[in-house]
Ligand binder design. Structure first.
Ligand code: HPA
Length: 242
């Protein structure tokens, strides 16, 4: 198993895969059950981040079990999807962004495998948190398909599950954030700790609170993802054969 897809909001089914089966993987953090299948001769594992029926909120996702489980399957590259709100007027709803940096505003999540003890104290470099090779492959595939994909973006990860206040969004914009979401930290962090090449395709589903007119709803996020699901799938498939 070389490649895994972690599907975010709106990406729940591994329909692009054939010969699928659910596997159970035990980890020190609990069991994970990715679907394993094939696309065009490539073995792929698929894991819906929020559970098959979108039942797990961002702050309760067992990120460590997910990444450990994929690592145990031998996964070397993870391509994830995330729904995001935009703070940047140039990153519009419906557009994709290959984020390359993050700002961590999460609060209470277990976000490391390195807890000290016999393994010692380990500090990992995040100068380049997202895998440049995989980001490059996605950007190339997007260009070939004629999809607009921004090649940089600073992702602000909030604790959720609530959406942000307009004051928070103004602060994030001042700090250099482009996009806001609730799940990429610690996912990207753990992937790096596990030595897995990781990239995320962020799909802008809305302008962030205070920039959008009126209140935000989860339903509009899901609706925008549904509208763009086919394009996202096309892009994932193209990257898998690259
Ligand atoms: N904020 C946080 N997470 C999100 C948003 C948002 O506006 N849109 C999609 N995920």
């Amino acid at each position: 198993m070389e490649v895994a897809i972690i599907g975010g909001t709106g990406v729940y089914d591994p329909a692009i895969l054939t010969k699928t089966r659910e596997v159970k993987v035990q980890t020190p953090y609990g069991e994970v059950r990715p679907t394993v299948g094939e696309y065009n001769g490539v073995e792929v594992a698929f894991l819906p981040r929020h559970g098959a029926g979108h039942t797990v909120p961002p702050h309760r996702i067992n990120y460590r079990a997910n990444i450990w489980g994929l690592r145990r399957l031998g996964v070397k590259r993870i391509l994830a999807t995330t729904a995001v709100g935009s703070l940047n007027p140039e990153m519009r709803p419906g557009e994709m962004v290959l984020i390359d940096q993050f700002l961590d505003f999460t609060k209470g999540r277990p976000s490391t495998f390195f807890e000290g003890g016999p393994d010692g104290v380990i500090h990992v470099d995040y100068t380049e948190p997202y895998c440049p090779e995989l980001r490059g492959a996605v950007l190339k595939a997007a260009a070939e398909l004629g999809y607009k994909a921004h090649d940089h973006g600073v992702y602000v990860c909030t604790e959720g599950p609530r959406f942000e206040t307009p004051a928070e969004i103004r602060m994030f914009a001042k700090l250099g954030g482009d996009l806001v979401g609730m799940t990429n930290v610690p996912e990207v962090v753990l992937a790096r700790e596990a030595g897995i090449c990781y990239a995320t395709i962020s799909l802008v589903t809305n302008y962030a609170a205070g920039i959008a007119d009126g209140p935000l709803t989860h339903e509009e996020v899901v609706a925008l993802m549904a509208e763009n699901n086919a394009r996202l799938k096309q892009l994932l498939m193209r990257v898998l054969v690259a």
